[in-house]
Design a protein around this ligand. Structure first.
Ligand code: SF4
Length: 359
């Protein structure tokens, strides 16, 4: 696995031989895209953020089905700190905040030791507030400032006005871990970490190229009678299709959003029931700022709790379908906008399972 490679800060030394501008060009040329989910080009983000007063390493991973950041922290925290050093040099930044989700606080000591021994820049570990929304790139700013972790309107983007109203670059931890690898001869910008779980023989994190087929991944992880595939909580779902190509472009064609948290389910699982737990997740984790997201997800959860006791009326199922569009259309941030993608695609691809639940 490239991500496990020990580069021992040698690539930071190579990076420093370039000017910050030339370094950013190298990152742009590498084709590296952000690994936090938005797939934004890293070099371009750096160009827009520079000179950045602050860099934030976002390690607030907490979506169901995603555990790749934890894998990086377990296997190669040194390369993240090296990536941060390269980024800080390129961005002319003097301060980095390393935002660790609350459940990752066990890594704090290990990271501080590496920072003390190897980092040339000031990196401060911040323990998260224990909420999924803190991983959103503007909510994380509020959280670090000690405010309630609500999202901010964009624009302005953090690259224009971020932490304490200063220019800020927010990068995902896997993105930063890949920065030193750009200097390796065999760097491959398509490699990404897939978190695989569900009905499989070998759940875990796999480093594979974007563009592999679902069949390839299913065989590799030993998927057991795959029937439904969910892409995290926010990416949507599809029936198992052997030839589906796992990439942003191809996933869009299915009406879903590419997500590297891949959950395989066999047909003993109920798709509406999986949707119920996803709705429950978004109902608990939204920040409460906008009504469509807050109340819409709450109402959806109430309706999904109905089927634990009785079938839906036709009217109730119509309300569910209305809420599927109402919630994202009126939501301010990505959480609300993606909270009904799984349900929408589940009804599209597994309609028969829902029909059985209607009077
Ligand atoms: S969409 Fe949801 S999570 Fe996002 S700002 Fe609105 S209430 Fe908060």
């Amino acid at each position: 696995m490239q991500i496990k490679r020990k580069t021992n800060f040698e690539n930071f030394k190579v990076a420093k031989k370039l000017s910050p501008e030339a370094l950013i060009k190298k990152v742009e040329k590498s084709g590296l895209m952000g690994r936090g989910g938005a797939n934004f080009p890293t070099g371009l983000k750096w160009k827009m953020s520079r000179p950045a007063k602050y860099l934030i390493c976002n390690a607030d991973e907490s979506e169901p089905g995603r555990f790749k950041d934890k894998f990086v922290l377990d296997n190669n925290p040194e390369i993240v700190i090296e990536g941060i050093n390269i980024a800080m040099y390129a961005l002319s930044t003097k301060q980095c905040f390393f935002y660790l989700r609350e459940e990752f606080k066990k890594y704090k000591e290990k990271l501080e030791k590496i920072i003390k021994e190897k980092s040339k820049y000031k990196i401060t570990i911040v323990i998260g507030a224990g909420s999924y929304i803190c991983g959103e790139e503007t909510a994380i700013l509020n959280s670090i400032e000690g405010k309630r972790a609500e999202t901010r309107h964009k624009p302005p983007y953090p690259s224009e006005r971020g932490l304490y109203d200063e220019k800020t670059c927010v990068n995902n931890i896997e993105t930063l871990a890949r920065i030193p690898l750009i200097f390796e001869d065999d760097f491959d910008n398509e490699l990404t970490l897939f978190s695989v779980s569900g009905d499989v023989q070998s759940p875990g994190v796999y480093e594979e190229r974007q563009g592999i087929t679902l069949k390839y991944l299913a065989e590799k992880v030993g998927a057991i009678d795959p029937y439904a595939i969910f892409f995290g909580a926010s990416g949507g779902c599809i029936p198992f299709q052997q030839d589906l190509i796992l990439s942003y472009k191809e996933m869009e064609k299915t009406g879903n959003f590419f997500q590297t948290g891949i959950m395989f389910f066999n047909n003993e699982k109920s798709v509406p029931d999986i949707c119920r737990s996803i709705i429950q997740f978004f109902n608990e984790e939204n920040c409460g700022k906008c009504l469509p997201c807050r109340e819409g997800n709450f109402r959806l959860l109430q309706l999904f709790q109905v089927i634990l006791k009785r079938k839906w009326t036709k009217e109730e199922f119509q309300i569910i379908q209305d809420l599927i569009d109402f919630v994202p259309n009126g939501s301010q941030c990505g959480l609300g906008k993606s909270s009904t993608i799984a349900l929408k695609s589940a009804i599209k691809y597994f309609k028969n399972e829902f029909d059985k639940l209607i009077e």
